[in-house]
Design a protein around this ligand. Structure first.
Ligand SMILES: [Ca+2]
Ligand SMILES: [Ca+2]
Ligand SMILES: [Ca+2]
Length: 324
């Protein structure tokens, strides 16, 4: 009996320990990022070419930042990984002189001389007086270039800055877990149009929320009530938040996953809605919870929904490895 009890306690202690350390020992940030052991950081090469400002923003949307090498070693390791995986000759890095001409600094305000700053011959030359953003060439040299050119880029997340939202099993700290629904949500107070809202949710490994039950609707109403909505500028429509359903192609209301609205579990339109015809083909929820068709161009609040993978499977597997 005592033996069994001891084993159970040991198991609980072990499980708690594993859960607490699961993230650090798993070296996991997001499935689209690669961990390099030598630099203790996660990286993602974006193959879609963007301007420097768009690249910087995109990395931030993913909870990371536009990469620049801090040391020669990091530059070598990242360039070697890049050369093994992608054919690009250049990538944008997080260095510019946009704040003060000819004073190059990193996106987090470090002087360029404090980080990897192996300029190519004659660079930075501010050619034509319009080169403020820095690219890294695959030979390891830096060059100032126009910020409005579109290049691939690399995002980076250091292991030592990684935080984990255990309930939601994701790095984003601002997603809130709902016990009854077993999933997580974030109310975005930065107004976006419908397409942008989809992009932002997706960058957070989530999707524009879809209401599947009265319970979920009640919760989203509460989330909306509690959100800090006062004093937000840039809103073009108040009283409703974007959701993940639409009739953009005119073939009937459906979710962004393709399910007809009447099969979602919550097809409850507000009074007289939908009323916008072809002018209102995107989905929203009135603050009171009922559905409303709106123009896709409005800048509105929106809610992202996040499905949780089951972490316990990974923990069980580790436990089995330990007791073998
Ligand atoms: Ca140049
Ligand atoms: Ca849902
Ligand atoms: Ca409407």
């Amino acid at each position: 009996m005592i033996g069994t009890k001891c084993v159970s306690i040991l198991f609980l202690v072990l499980l708690t320990f594993l859960e607490a350390n699961a993230q650090l020992s798993k070296r996991f940030f997001r499935k689209d990022y690669t961990y390099l052991i030598t630099t203790e950081a996660f990286y993602k090469i974006h193959t879609v070419h963007r301007t420097w400002a768009e690249a910087k923003q995109r990395c931030e949307m993913e909870g990371a930042s536009l990469f620049y090498a801090e040391t020669d070693d990091e530059a070598n390791d990242v360039i070697s990984w890049w050369n093994q995986t992608q054919p690009f000759y250049w990538v944008y890095v997080g260095i510019s002189d946009l704040l003060a001409q000819e004073v190059y600094e990193t996106i987090d305000g470090r002087p360029v001389l404090d980080v990897y700053s192996n300029w190519g011959p004659g660079e930075p030359n501010n050619a034509g007086g319009v080169e403020d953003c820095v690219i890294l060439r695959r030979d390891g040299t830096l060059n100032d270039d126009r910020c409005d050119k579109k290049y691939p880029f690399i995002c980076k997340k250091s292991l030592n800055t990684l935080q984990w939202n255990n309930e939601c099993d994701m790095p984003n700290q601002d997603y809130v877990y709902n016990d009854a629904l077993g999933r997580c949500y974030k109310f975005h107070t930065d107004p976006k149009n419908w397409t942008e809202a989809i992009t932002y949710c997706s960058a957070e490994q989530s999707y524009l929320a879809i209401i599947n039950s009265q319970v979920e609707d009640d919760y989203l109403v509460k989330l909306t009530e509690d959100a800090k909505k006062d004093g937000v500028s840039g809103l073009s429509l108040i009283g409703a938040v974007y959701l993940g359903f639409h009739n953009v192609d005119g073939t009937g209301w459906k979710t962004i996953k393709g399910t007809p609205l009447e099969d979602t579990g919550y097809p409850k339109w507000g009074n007289q809605q939908p009323d916008g015809g072809t002018n209102e083909t995107c989905g929203s929820m009135f603050y009171t919870g009922q559905l409303n068709d709106v123009s896709c161009h409005h800048k509105m609040f929106y809610i992202c929904e996040h499905d949780i993978k089951n972490l316990s499977g990974a923990i069980d597997e580790r436990f089995n490895q330990l007791i073998e």
